[in-house]
Design a binder for this molecule. Structure first.
Ligand SMILES: [Zn+2]
Length: 303
């Protein structure tokens, strides 16, 4: 099973168009030791022929063009992209679906709640249904393993997360909360496993036990500290209030995953305000000393 990180930043990317925080400003001026990043996006393939996307980032068009394996190969209108698995209905995970609309048939895997949020509350997503059979939706049920194709099995785990802000209050009450945010355990035909959790609202003990069993973890590295947005912008929610366990501090992922030693541990979905994006920062040193890596666009794994 091959996994490619097409994008490693949180919503907004790095730099973010309307941000002049220390990281974004220094990156633009060439004064930061670190790489620009597009918004979080993963692609999977068992045979190097057909590919599956995990979520669909707002940067998807550029990410596909930057990845030759994802270019059309068998005709004038063709794509090796078979479909998309969604882990939530967050804007930075679904906006890219609108970029895949050019009359191309796709298989879409999502919980019933995520599918309803997209199709029933957001009429724009009907661009995915302009001819019969354009999108084929498969319902994802938490804890029920499914297979994308031979060699890629997926176990969806419900995380204690919330629905996105754009979902109307009335709709929220009608949806099953367990279907709001998922992590995915991806397993290859040789039984090796990778855990993908770009948004981690809380770390439960079962989640840690499962992580210990994987070869590779790609985990929420959105914020360094719980009050990061307040510090940078002067106001705003805490990391935990918007569904992200921070990296540092009591109960942060460095501390909570300290006993998880077997897998390679990588932070993904890194917000542009996060000091770990600067390779010369003390915070970057700390995560490296704790055994973590910070994902960059273009990284690839085989397991
Ligand atoms: Zn910034």
């Amino acid at each position: 099973l091959r996994a490619k990180i097409l994008g490693s930043a949180a919503g907004g990317g790095f730099p973010q168009w309307n941000c002049a925080c220390s990281n974004c400003s220094r990156l633009r001026q060439g004064g930061l030791r670190g790489a620009a990043r597009s918004q979080a996006q993963l692609a999977l393939s068992a045979d190097n022929e057909s590919w599956w996307l995990v979520n669909a980032s707002p940067d998807l068009r550029a990410q596909i063009e930057a990845t030759s394996a994802l270019h059309p190969r068998k005709g004038v209108r063709q794509s090796p992209i078979e479909g998309v698995v969604l882990t939530s209905a967050d804007a930075d995970h679904v906006l890219g679906l609108l970029l895949l609309r050019e009359f191309h048939p796709l298989r879409l895997f999502a919980t019933a709640a995520v599918r309803r949020m997209l199709l029933e509350d957001n009429s724009l997503f009907r661009v995915l249904d302009r001819f019969a059979g354009q999108s084929a939706w498969t319902e994802v049920v938490p804890s029920r393993t499914f297979s994308l194709e031979e060699g890629i099995s997926v176990m969806p785990l419900s995380l204690p997360g919330a629905f996105p802000d754009y979902v109307p209050a009335l709709r929220r009450t009608a949806l099953t909360r367990e279907e709001a945010v998922l992590a995915l355990v991806l397993q290859s035909s040789c039984g090796k496993r990778m855990l993908y959790a770009p948004g981690l609202p809380r770390v439960e003990p079962e989640f840690l036990a499962l992580a210990q069993d994987c070869e590779l973890l790609l985990v929420d590295g959105t914020f360094w500290s719980d009050d990061e947005l307040r510090r940078v912008r002067g106001s705003g929610p805490t990391a935990r209030e918007i569904g992200h366990v921070p990296i540092s501090g009591p109960g942060g992922t460095v501390e909570v995953f300290a006993g998880v030693r077997r897998p390679r541990k990588i932070y993904i979905h890194v917000n542009n305000t996060n000091p770990v994006l600067d390779k010369e920062s003390a915070e970057y040193r700390q995560v490296r000393d704790a055994g973590w890596e910070v994902a960059q666009d273009g990284w690839e794994f085989e397991f």
